[in-house]
Structures are given as structure tokens and as C-alpha cells.
Design a binder for this molecule. Structure first.
Ligand code: ZN
Length: 296
């Protein structure tokens, strides 16, 4: 159920059906190589969250594509940042304020559980801090986060290949070429990370018309290693990633990625997220824990 599609009197029954759960996606606007659009994270995340929310019968809040933490939008040495067009980088303090007020408003409408589905790696630190800040403010509702899809495990080509071999019926859309492509990208030397094979699959599965495979090869997705010495020292800096990947592309060129691989990746992602939404929809313990109440 999409929040913006409902009428005022429909909220009561929708909140009941949702188990008090409202879900939203948090993506960003930033360059994703030259073969994917700047809205990649918001587009693929929003679509997967929307499909899963429909399946689980929970309400989805209409978040906007620009709401996200994009530290690489700002270049110190090139203030005009002509190579950063399309990026939107809002101060994280502002983002935290906007997120808090959004969650407060969602709760004022009667929701008790808010689940933010993250679709951009750069939001991870912000969201971890946000959860803690919300806890300190002793809200009357619970704020939770999850990933909109699982890039750490089942979207990795080697894992996807293993799953497809185990359950070919579930992956009936895959062609022989897709299996060969997954095999090729299962090689441990494959670089995955940003605008990579996994993200390209998800855009093929959600907005295939926005993928421009003919542009692969224009810019490198490999590291310059400029900031590696800091990592070796165990030192973190916000500019390490953009210094190593100045093209906003981290990946082996996903040549051979296809619409059918995208269909499989989106199917797995929607199934996974539906399970998460259903579990939280039917759970009251998460609210009791947040509010300090005893077990239900
Ligand atoms: Zn991305």
C-alpha cells in the first residue's frame, strides 16, 4: 500500500492491516559509473520495497530520491565539481533532522514501527547513528533498519550461482549464457562494490531501459589505491572511497549482465524483503523492547 495513494479514512484500516508497520527506502543521488543513472540506489530500492510492501500488505512511505548521505558529492579541490553533476550531498545533520521529523510524523499518524530499508552503502553510518539517537530521545515508537537487498550474500555472483544450481526451478528465467556469466563473475578476482555486477543486475531487473551497457569501458571501476596506506594503518577518512574510486565506479565491467539475471536478482530480493516485512508486521516484541515493556 503506497501512502500517497490512500485517502484519509483508509489509514486506520491500513495501519491495522500493517500491524502498525510503515516501511520506507533510503537511497541517494550519485554517479554510478557511465552505464547506470545517478538515481540507481533510489530507483532499485524503491521498486523492491514497493513490491515487497504490496506482497506483505504493509504501508510504504513516499521517500524522495535525494534523501541520502553522499559525502563524495563535494570536492575540496574543485569547488565547481563539474565531474560531480547529478550528485546531491546534503549535510548529515540536516538529514538526521529530516529523518527524525519524518519518523515523528509517521508515528503521529498511528504507526508504531518504522523500518528504513537502506539502498545506499553511504547511508550505513548515518542510519546506525540515527537508531541510537532515536533511542536516546525515548520515542513512543520503534525505528528499525535493514538492507533493501542482500549484497553481502545472495546477490554475489558465486552465491547466486550456487543457489541457482540448487534450485533451478526458482531460477527458471536464467539462460545458459546467464549461468556462464555467473560462473565468470564468481572468480575471486572480480571487483564488486558500486555500479558493479550486482547493482547492474538490480537496475536490469527494475528499469532495464536505463542500463547503457555500450558505455562500459569508458571509465575504470578499479581502485587507484591512493588511500590504501591509510587503511593499512587502520585509519578511516571520509575521502578514502572517492579517492580510490574517482569515477564513482567500483567493479569489474559487468559485461554479460542481462535482463534475465536482473529478473532473478529482483525476485530473490523481493522474496527476502517480503519475509522481513511479514515478520515485523506480526511482531510486537520489537515495540515492547523499545518502550521497555515486559515480554508480550
Ligand atoms: Zn549504488
Amino acid at each position: 500500500m503506497k501512502w500517497e495513494y490512500m485517502r484519509e479514512e483508509e489509514f486506520g484500516p491500513a495501519i491495522e492491516k500493517s500491524g502498525g508497520l510503515c516501511v520506507m527506502c533510503l537511497g541517494c543521488l550519485e554517479k554510478h559509473g557511465t552505464h547506470l543513472p545517478v538515481g540507481t540506489d533510489s530507483l532499485k530500492g524503491d521498486k523492491i520495497v514497493e513490491l515487497a510492501a504490496d506482497r506483505a500488505g504493509v504501508v510504504m512511505f513516499p521517500t524522495t530520491a535525494w534523501l541520502g548521505d553522499v559525502v563524495s558529492a563535494h570536492s575540496i579541490t574543485d569547488p565547481a565539481a563539474t565531474n560531480k553533476r547529478g550528485f546531491i550531498g546534503i549535510n548529515p545533520h540536516t538529514l538526521l533532522t529530516v529523518l527524525e521529523e519524518l519518523c515523528d510524523e509517521i508515528a503521529r499518524n498511528g504507526f508504531r514501527k518504522i523500518l528504513i530499508c537502506n539502498s545506499h552503502g553511504g547511508n550505513t553510518g548515518l542510519l546506525a547513528y540515527f537508531l541510537r539517537a532515536q533511542r536516546y530521545k525515548k520515542k513512543s515508537y520503534v525505528t528499525m533498519t535493514c538492507n533493501a537487498y542482500d549484497m553481502g550474500a545472495h546477490l554475489r555472483p558465486a552465491n547466486m550461482l550456487a543457489l541457482a544450481k540448487k534450485d533451478p526451478a526458482y531460477f527458471s528465467m536464467l539462460t545458459e549464457e546467464d549461468y556462464a556469466t555467473l560462473e565468470k563473475f564468481s572468480d575471486p578476482s572480480t571487483v564488486l562494490g558500486h555500479a558493479c555486477f550486482m547493482e547492474t543486475m538490480l537496475i536490469y531487473g527494475t528499469y532495464p531501459e536505463l542500463v547503457a551497457p555500450e558505455r562500459l569501458g569508458e571509465e575504470s571501476g578499479l581502485s587507484t589505491h591512493r588511500a590504501d596506506y591509510l587503511a593499512k594503518l587502520g585509519v578511516s577518512t571520509a575521502c578514502a572511497w572517492p579517492s580510490n574510486y574517482p569515477n564513482s565506479y567500483m567493479g569489474t565491467d559487468p559485461i554479460g549482465c542481462s535482463k534475465t539475471l536482473g529478473e532473478a536478482a529482483v525476485k530473490m530480493s523481493v522474496d527476502r524483503l517480503t519475509q522481513i516485512f511479514e515478520a515485523i508486521r506480526d511482531d510486537e516484541e520489537c515495540v515492547n523492547m523499545e518502550l521497555g515493556a515486559g515480554p508480550s
